[in-house]
Design a protein around this ligand. Sequence first.
Ligand SMILES: Nc1nc2c(c(=O)[nH]1)N[C@H]1C(S)=C(S)[C@@H](COP(=O)(O)OP(=O)(O)OC[C@H]3O[C@@H](n4cnc5c(=O)[nH]c(N)nc54)[C@H](O)[C@@H]3O)O[C@H]1N2
Ligand SMILES: Nc1nc2c(c(=O)[nH]1)N[C@H]1C(S)=C(S)[C@@H](COP(=O)(O)OP(=O)(O)OC[C@H]3O[C@@H](n4cnc5c(=O)[nH]c(N)nc54)[C@H](O)[C@@H]3O)O[C@H]1N2
Ligand code: SF4
Ligand SMILES: [Mo]
Length: 760
Amino acid sequence: MSEEKKLRFSRRAFLKASAAATLAGSAGSFLLGCAPEEEVTPTDPVDDDIEVELPPEPEITTKFSWCGTCGANCAMVGEVVDDKLYRLKGNPDDQVAKGKLCVKGYANIKHLYDPDRLKVPLKRTNPEKGIGVDPEFVEISWDEAFELAGDAYNNAIEENGPHSVVIFSRSHDWLNRWQNAMGTPNRIAHQSICFTTYDAPWSACAGVGSRPWTLDIRNAKYLLSLGWDMPSKAKNNQAREYFEALENGAKAVVIDPRLTITASLADEWHPIQPGTDLAFCLAMINVIVNNELYDKDFVDNYTIGIDEIKEEVQEYTPAWAEEKCGIDADTIERIAEEFATTRPALIPNHKRDAGGPNHTNSWRVAYCIFILNALVGSIDREGGHIIQRTPSMPGFNDIFPPPDFPEMEVTERIDGFENHPLIAHRQVGDFATVSQGILNEDPYPVKAAFVRKYNILAFPNAVEAVEAFKKFDFVAVLDIVPSEMVQMADVVFPEPHFLETSGIGVRSYQALYPQIALREQVVDTLHDTKGFGGIVTGIAEAMGLGHYFEDVSSGEFHDERLKTLGSSWEELQESENGLWADEKPFEGRTEFDTDSGKIELYATKFEEHGYDTFPQWQPKREEPTDEYPFYYLISRPPMHKMTESQNNELLMQLYDENTLIMSEEKAQEMGIAEGDEVYVESRTGNRIKLKAELVKGMRPDCVCVEHGFGHWSEELSLAYQKGANDGDLIPTMTAQEMIDIKDPGAGGAMNDFCVKVEKA
Ligand SMILES: Nc1nc2c(c(=O)[nH]1)N[C@H]1C(S)=C(S)[C@@H](COP(=O)(O)OP(=O)(O)OC[C@H]3O[C@@H](n4cnc5c(=O)[nH]c(N)nc54)[C@H](O)[C@@H]3O)O[C@H]1N2
Ligand SMILES: Nc1nc2c(c(=O)[nH]1)N[C@H]1C(S)=C(S)[C@@H](COP(=O)(O)OP(=O)(O)OC[C@H]3O[C@@H](n4cnc5c(=O)[nH]c(N)nc54)[C@H](O)[C@@H]3O)O[C@H]1N2
Ligand code: SF4
Ligand SMILES: [Mo]
């Protein structure tokens, strides 16, 4: 095999496709998958470093999986030779992947074979903890790991009560049962710094528990993005549908302080002043309602509250909004008219855009976005925001009824999340307040932590979070690589990579009809790891809580659930495409899960809980001052996934260090040249050092840092000390400060502060 051919799929093709696209300022081929089918033959190894010695006629086994890198969970097919994975492809029959993956998805091969992966359970021998402190880990057996953790949690419970145990994890059936068996109210997940500002209006206005994820972008004819920037994030389905919509002639308008990839592809870009989208949106509602440009059929038949909205919105004229947001009144009026009269029109939204938890007024923007989409009939309609169609299956407790749980004596939480009634039931939690709760022992001291699949670099003010975690007597961490959170652990539990696990995944990011994807074990487990359910069961058994998990098995769980759909685990494994689907034409809902059965534009649910019933104008919390003159923006590069991909060789070849992105004009004024080192500092007192990257497409009063860098774990050999952590600068809050903001979505205000920049 010639050298040229050998490298075709590997780095060369990967880089070529990506670099060409990024340099051209168009994300095209980069986003649409970096390994075009015709360029790769089954005999091409994925990467020379993995050294798959392929026989002349290799016997290729195909395995189905779905990507665990981000929430889109694109269904994929793994091609394996001699138990080595050499290629991943998108599953063509999956609604989300439609045959392609994004660059992060393909690069999972390098993640799986990362030489730095955790390989056995570990125990800390150095009692000192902190940034740059060597934990002096020693290898231990699984039994010892379970015993150490079991004893630590039992001691904490005996001496300080169950609430002194704090779990940091997303919801998970096994975990939730263990939490209830212990009786701690503290399971803290990250969503209030990611998207819960959107949960509030969806819950109050449409009776949907959590905001839905499906967007029918490809059928939209007018796309108005308020910071929505998924083409820049390579979010597979959303990015591709944006291109399809543009090809189909849709008009695209982007409102964002930065010229993002999404903006560079659009017809118009308006660099709005950060935190003022609320004014822009209120004026749009004003124009649409006063001129009766809304979809009368949809509004009359499926919504209530239009009269109340009309009354509330009168003061918010385009001229008023111009003063606040800097976009001129005529432009606002024109965009409002175009948006309302070009159908289907959509304000696509995902997580950390203008309605995400970036500013203290963001939930109001999320509410406005909901109202605007409803006014043009784009809620659960073609070309609009769709409530995902998911299959109805029994839950874990239906299939494996648990013994009674003890009564939870203390229900107050360490992050104060129970104080947000519209979203408290979701049992997520608040990364923005938890460090302060722990440090101030408010409302009580906590003693032992359990952390799964979260890195400490993901906590706002990660420097403060390290101090908070130092207060725990015991910390167990479950990860697959030696992350910074692992460096804080007393005991480390190594989990398998998702390509070494099996299960089922319900489609939600593009679910126009119910569909389930199969995840098979693509390769044999490489290291001495255990799955999450097994680890939780092992700890529970060591604590004397094993009876909660008697007869529980994941195989039976999946099988029983599939059987209620008329399928089975066996049938799914034997299927030709690794998918179960109930494919039927999409029909928009005519009833919603609110008290009235209609969409409530003027949501009295907010009033019941003491929040504004209409998203009245409110400025963001912080504005530039002489001391901190720049607005701070955060984003993430398309080829990285938060803090977990900076040890991935392929992705690091594409982008290996974050920068301070600032306007060329402003930098010149300050005597800063491209590549100069600068300090960025916020009122947290923390400062980070980065190289300056000068761009034309940025407001001069803003600077931006891409998230994911600043790793200090020496065990991550590629990521170590590359760039800096944007999050060191984010101020945290106390639970009371969060309550005082009166945000029903308890958003973490991730960008609502300003910074200073100095030459280093
Ligand atoms: N490649 C990649 N994709 C990802 C992820 C990843 O790590 N990597 N993470 C996923 C996750 S969990 C999330 S939460 C999302 C986050 O991705 P996004 O939701 O796109 O959020 P950010 O990356 O923070 O980018 C926010 C955009 O909003 C703009 N912005 C900031 N303030 C304002 C404002 O006041 N008004 C307006 N109009 N715009 C503003 C910023 O300039 C920026 O362009 O990405 C998801 N997709
Ligand atoms: N500074 C700053 N902080 C942020 C954000 C930001 O923009 N800036 N964004 C916020 C947002 S929107 C989000 S969604 C959160 C995300 O926060 P996190 O969910 O913490 O995301 P990651 O930083 O990707 O860290 C995930 C960790 O899980 C590990 N991991 C990956 N797969 C597995 C697995 O199968 N099992 C186990 N046990 N571990 C695994 C990875 O190695 C990594 O250490 O971050 C938030 N924090
Ligand atoms: S969008 Fe990319 S990272 Fe996310 S699930 Fe799909 S392939 Fe994986
Ligand atoms: Mo997120």
